[in-house]
Design a protein around this ligand. Structure first.
Ligand code: AHG
Ligand code: MN
Ligand code: MN
Length: 338
């Protein structure tokens, strides 16, 4: 069977009724090419001198790994010159990155978590890159983009995706027409369409959550997880399985492939922080993918894609995946709030 490449898929989408804009197509091609480069560095590991940390910290006070910085540079350089972007923003940069004046500018805004799952780099566990695409607001035409132009709710994203650097390197993408997956054919150097229509089953018996934080959670979170742990001897009357990779990309990839619920909730260690994960670089793109695959994504009480962001590096509590489980844990939070 002759399989489609990413380029063929995108050209077909461009020609179809819901025509994909040519600049957006170029953007996706360029991001996917950058992910190939990152994948190559990741796979070299110690041989490429890419493991370990730097002296620096990012804007969120996290120690930067060499690969965080390398991946950020690869994405910036790849996307600067194409003429498709107005500006970029990254988890690893304090403020937005404008397109240098020597290059033409386009109408899209690109946001990324260049290397997700940093704590797994040095231990050879799956990591990834997450990206989100917005349109620059019409009011920005004729002037420089500023940070507030990025502060749009996730439902306005025109595309989102991730690359996962695991046993296989894959690219999982949505342009608002469902979710598709491509596998990197290393010999040919091309992304090949291997997963045509990824759907998350509504029910699941698998949860992903960092249980070591349980004592810090709010009562509705504790209630939901405790009921799962009780299995057939409790309220739920079914046994659950648990997985926690600590790379959101890998945990989300598993639930996009076979269902599951992923949670990184608020906890009382830093009560003023809504959560650990970042709204613009992690929660929004993953929520668009999950909804496009038939799942659900909330912060415990509201749909993530409807949250009005107030800051580029804003954090959020995240519960996403199989619809019926996300609806249940959300209901527990709503019940507790009334
Ligand atoms: P990043 O490496 O981009 O900072 O993201 C790490 C995130 C996410 O990928 C993962 O789900 C979570 O942090 C793991 O956190 P814990 O180590 O607290 O479990
Ligand atoms: Mn991340
Ligand atoms: Mn990261």
């Amino acid at each position: 069977m002759k399989r489609k490449t990413l380029t063929q898929y995108l050209v077909e989408q461009q020609r179809s009724a819901n025509a994909l804009h040519a600049e957006l197509r170029l953007l996706i091609e360029i991001v996917s090419r950058a992910c190939k480069t990152i994948s190559h560095s990741v796979s070299k590991g110690a041989l490429g001198g890419v493991l370990g940390s730097l002296e620096s910290e990012n804007v969120q006070g996290e120690v930067q790994k060499k690969l965080d910085v390398i991946s950020n540079e690869v994405l910036l350089e790849a996307n600067e010159w194409g003429g498709h972007l107005a500006a970029m923003a990254s988890e690893e940069m304090e403020t937005i990155h404008l397109i240098p004046n020597r290059y033409p500018k386009g109408e899209y805004l690109l946001l990324f978590d260049p290397l997700d799952g940093s704590s797994n780099i040095d231990v050879n566990v799956s990591i990834g890159t997450i990206f989100s695409v917005l349109k620059a607001p019409a009011s920005a035409s004729g002037r420089d983009i500023n940070e507030s132009d990025f502060l749009q709710p996730g439902r306005t994203q025109v595309a989102a995706g991730y690359a996962i650097y695991g046993p296989q390197t894959m690219l999982v993408l949505t342009i608002g027409q469902g979710v598709v997956g491509f596998t990197l054919d290393r010999e040919m150097g091309s992304w090949v369409l291997t997963h045509e229509n990824l759907i998350i089953p509504e029910d699941t018996k698998e949860l992903a959550v960092n249980m070591s934080n349980m004592r810090h959670w709010a009562p509705p979170m504790k209630r939901y997880v405790q009921e799962c742990l009780d299995g057939t001897s409790g309220e739920r009357d079914k046994n659950f399985n648990m997985r926690w990779i600590a790379s959101m990309v890998a945990d989300v990839h598993r639930l996009i492939t076979r269902g599951g619920i992923f949670m990184y909730p608020w906890d009382d260690r830093e009560p003023n922080k809504p959560g650990k994960l970042r709204l613009m670089y992690e929660a929004n793109p993953m929520s668009m993918l999950v909804e496009q695959a038939g799942g659900m994504a909330t912060n415990g009480t509201s749909r993530i894609l409807d949250i009005e962001p107030h800051a580029l590096h804003e954090r959020v509590s995240v519960m996403l995946g199989s619809k019926n489980e996300v609806a249940r844990v959300t209901q527990y939070h709503l019940d507790a709030a009334t």
